[in-house]
Every structure is written in structure tokens, then in C-alpha cells.
Design a protein around this ligand. Sequence first.
Ligand SMILES: Cc1cc2nc3c(=O)[nH]c(=O)nc-3n(C[C@H](O)[C@H](O)[C@H](O)COP(=O)(O)O)c2cc1C
Length: 434
Amino acid sequence: MTKPFHLAWFNSFAPPAWASPFAGDAGNEWFTGEYHVDIIKQMERAGFDFIMFEDSTFVPETYGGSSEIALKYSQHAPKLDPMALLPILARETSHIGLVATASTSFYPPFILARLMATLDHLTKGRVGWNVVTSSEDIAAQNYGMDKLPDHDVRYEVAEEFVDVVKQLWDSWEPGAVVMDRETGRYADHTKVHPIHHRGKHFAVRGPLNMPPGPQGHPVLCQAGGSPAGRDFAAKNATAIIATNPVISKMKEYREDIRARAEKFGRDPDDIKVLFQVSPVVAETSEGAKKAHHQRFGALSHAQIEQTLAGISSTTEIDFSQFDLDAPFPQDLKTNGHQSILDDFMKRNKGKTLRESIEERSQFGPPIFGTPAECADRMEEIVEEVGGDGFLIMSPSTRRYIDEICSGLAPELQRRGLVRTSYPQPTFKQNLLGH
Ligand SMILES: Cc1cc2nc3c(=O)[nH]c(=O)nc-3n(C[C@H](O)[C@H](O)[C@H](O)COP(=O)(O)O)c2cc1C
């Protein structure tokens, strides 16, 4: 029997699919967080372990040398800061984990440690941090840098950053808060320690000016693909989110992460690797097949433009310069997501750019059908990959979220594959529960 697995939802604090005939007023509601409150309640009912908010802090100008196409499709902008949304979502839910993204290239570690510890208190231990190193010089220019450090140097910085943040979270010993009514003493100063960190990239005195939250160290989530990124993830992450449409590569990736974790003295079962998928669910197999083809089949001009503009933003290579019907270029270099680009070039050798982006627009292995058929396929994938679960990604509409949360997830729950309750008090304990 397949072992139970985890579900998470990839999201943005950005406009949902506002132009969809099923969007209602979501185009305005997202600004106040109301839309996200609605959808996260659905996810919690459906047994999702967490919602994850990606983030970036720039308005792209790479595709065609202008922000026109990015802003036309609201790609990367507008985007509100998901950290501010988490306490609102926590107030409206009880158990589901809440993960927001922050970059080790832009935040000072003290501010990040303080922010995450504050959120951990506010959410009663349900918060997580998606650790990214960022990939765009145009974002770095919002923080006083001309360009980002080189890819592997960014991971070296990230290592020291996370080390400092963990030291700050540990700077109050357990029992430091005494709240002794008789003596009127709040905290025991002998249990609160400066960290006096002086490293290659950061100097931080400490201690943190608060005790750690219920999780101590909030869940760290990561998506490293390169050797440096995989090492970083294997050393630090509890949840890893990954994209690959090829089952054998998914398996290879997870095994590699687990081997690296062992090398760093960690129990590989303490890392949950979740793969991105976009299931298309319908009442009939035929309906699902048609809907899948509409979404991922021959791409429309708008879908092609959006996909190319998206790749251009994260690689900082202008894809408007390439002929759509010529072979996909094989010698591209970026200081951004090089591992994603390398993999994409390798997989699409000999194909045209148009053919290549048809696969790219889909993210994970194709999954479509009735709830039972989709559940069968997900079960097969978990069996083959030995995977720990899935990160659902799709255009965000209440209708799509309902198809997953009222159709697919209950089917997975009936099979005992997805949780129906959250037995532990914190996000991390629930995530590591199986
Ligand atoms: C599912 C997923 C979510 C990601 N979310 C973000 C994000 O929110 N912000 C960001 O700057 N990068 C994000 N990334 C990029 C990763 O942090 C990472 O840089 C990328 O996977 C390439 O790996 P590498 O850094 O080891 O080269 C994401 C990647 C994946 C696969």
C-alpha cells in the first residue's frame, strides 16, 4: 500500500486569474487578503500541510527590453509582501502551515530572524520560511547593489545567513522566561546570550530581543537545483519543493537529496521532497482530457508570450530575440536559475523553442482525469519516485481550487493517502509526522 503523502499549494500574493469568467471580484479582493483567506480555508479542509507564497521584489524589464509584457500579464508585479499576509491567514485557520519567501541576498539576518520568530508566535507555531538567494540583478539594484554575487557565492552567503539566524533563535535558552509573580522577574538574564557572530559576510551581536516561537526553528523550505543549492537544501531544509516533468529525474533528485542529507549527518526522513504538479480534474475522463489540452496543448500567442517573458525574468536573458521555430539554443548562461536552464536546454536538445515551452508551461508530469483517475496517477508517481508529496501549482481561481479541494483531495483522503486531521500543535511536527 502507498504510504500517506503531503500536499502543499504554490501561491503568490499577487493577482489571481482575474480575467477568468469564474474569477468574480478576485481581481480586487486579493489586495486585502480576502481572496487568500477564502482559498486557504478550502485547503485546510482538504488536508493540505501548507500553503507556500513565492516572492520577488522587482518589475521585470528583460523580455523585449521593457516592462510592457510583464505588466500586461501581471508577472512578478504587482506583488505584495506575503510576510504581512501570514498573520491574517493564521487568524482565519487553525492548523495549516504558512510559508513565505525571503531572500538571503537582501534581508539582514537579524531582521529576518526577528520577523520569523514574531510570526511563529503570532501563528502559534505554523510558520515557515522559503529560503531563496534570488536570481535577478534588477532586484539587487533595489538594495544598493549593481548586481548579485555569483551563483555559488550566494549560497555561501546563504549558509552563513542561516547559521546566524539559527544562533539568534537559540539565543534564549529554554526556561529563560520565568514570569515569577513573587519576585516580579520577567526573564532570567543568565539564560539570554549574545551571539557575537563575526563571519565573512555578517557581523551580528545578538541576542534576539525575544524568546523563540513555539517551533524554535520555523520550518525551512527550499528549492535548490544546482549542486550548491542541493547541498544547502539537504543541510537545512525540512521541506524541499522541486519541479521536474520526468519521473526518473524526480526519483534521481530525491535520492540525491537524501544521500546529501546523510552526508551532513541528517536523517533523510526529516526532509520532505514535494514535486510540482498541476492536476486537471473533471467529472469525466473526456472532459478532463479536453481541459488539459486547452490548458497545456498548442499554446496561444498569449501563453507563449507569458512563458517566454517568465523565463526571461528569472534568467535575465531576453527570449524575444530567439526564433520560435528554430532549435532551442544550447549555450545559454545565466547568473540566475542556471540549474533550471541547464536542465531545460538538455531536455529540449533538437526541439524548437516553441516545442520546448509547451513542456515548460506544464511544470510537472501530466495528471488529468476524474478525481479517482488523478488520485491513481498521483499514487503511481509516489510509488515510483518514493516521493513525499506534491506542490500543487495552477492558475489561481476559486473554481480550480474547489476542483482540487472538493474533488481530488477528498478522494486522496478516502484512500488514506492525505491527512484528515492535524494531530500535532505545530506545522513542523505535523509535517514530520509521516
Ligand atoms: C517550486 C519553486 C519555487 C521557487 N520559489 C522562488 C521564490 O519565491 N523566489 C525566488 O527568488 N526563487 C524561487 N525559486 C528558485 C529557487 O530558489 C532556486 O534558485 C532554483 O530552483 C534554482 O536552483 P539553484 O538556486 O540551486 O540554482 C523557486 C524554485 C522552485 C522550483
